[in-house]
Design a protein around this ligand. Structure first.
Ligand code: SF4
Ligand code: SF4
Length: 236
């Protein structure tokens, strides 16, 4: 009877309407507010790139997977405000652990993360994202690459983590805007504080991110000291 008793567990489920299984990947469960996914390089509202090639993100990265080279801006045709811009920017996703320390370190909010983490590769070269893939498009949205599984709304969630923690995570700054506008969004609203119950709610289907005015929710070092063997620069 003990053996047959195991089948009773299955039989009791027949006819039950309330299912908890999500039919992934056809259907994705809502993601928590501050999930760390694929990075984007943001632009200012006038289209200028925010990255100034300072390499702080590369310096702080514990996985040493960012490679940045800065270059002087052409005063007649600058890429970013100021003297320098990120001439080369690469992230090796074979190494990235999505800790977001790069996001925390960036002084201009240039590098942030979306919440899309469903992407994989069949070659090392494809795993290394370059500027052409990371910089947002002319509408301020992440580029959708053939091997990425974006679903509606996921490309709106590109900086909630940065806005939740800046500046320096001090409680007295909660709700106070300390960041610049973004192409396609303007100045985004602050992230609300996240209680444990909010996180649990989010994972069960309520996407209650901070909303902005647009109705979007949001959710060198040189080659010598950078182990770059598997970046495959030849392909970039
Ligand atoms: S998320 Fe962490 S591991 Fe990934 S690039 Fe940024 S600092 Fe490096
Ligand atoms: S993304 Fe930010 S930290 Fe990294 S090089 Fe550009 S401006 Fe500096």
């Amino acid at each position: 009877m003990g053996y047959l008793g195991g089948f009773l567990v299955s039989l009791r489920q027949i006819g039950r309407k309330q299912r908890v299984t999500t039919q992934y990947p056809e259907e994705k469960a809502p993601k928590a507010l501050r999930v760390h996914g694929r990075h984007v390089l943001n632009r200012y509202e006038d289209g200028m790139e925010k990255c100034i090639g300072c390499e702080l993100c590369a310096g702080v990265c514990p996985a040493r997977c960012i490679y940045v080279r800065g270059a002087e801006n052409d005063p007649e045709n600058p890429v970013s405000p100021g003297e320098r811009f990120g001439f080369i920017y690469e992230i090796n996703y074979l190494r990235c652990i999505h800790c977001d320390l790069c996001v925390e370190a960036c002084p201009t909010e240039a590098i942030t993360e979306s919440k899309m983490f469903e992407f994989s590769f069949t070659s090392r070269a494809d795993a290394i994202y370059t500027k052409s893939e990371l910089v947002v498009d002319d509408a301020g949205m992440p580029k959708h690459l053939p091997w990425e599984d974006w679903r509606p709304g996921e490309d709106l969630n590109t900086s909630a983590w940065m806005r939740a923690t800046a500046p320096s995570g001090a409680a007295e700054f909660e709700g106070i805007i300390g960041w610049s506008g973004e192409l396609g969004y303007g100045i985004r609203a602050p992230e609300a504080g996240q209680e444990l119950k909010d996180a649990i709610t989010a994972t069960h289907g309520h996407d209650d991110h901070g909303h902005d005015d647009h109705g979007h929710d949001d959710h060198g070092h040189d080659h010598g000291d950078h182990d770059h063997d598997d970046h495959g620069h030849g392909g970039h």
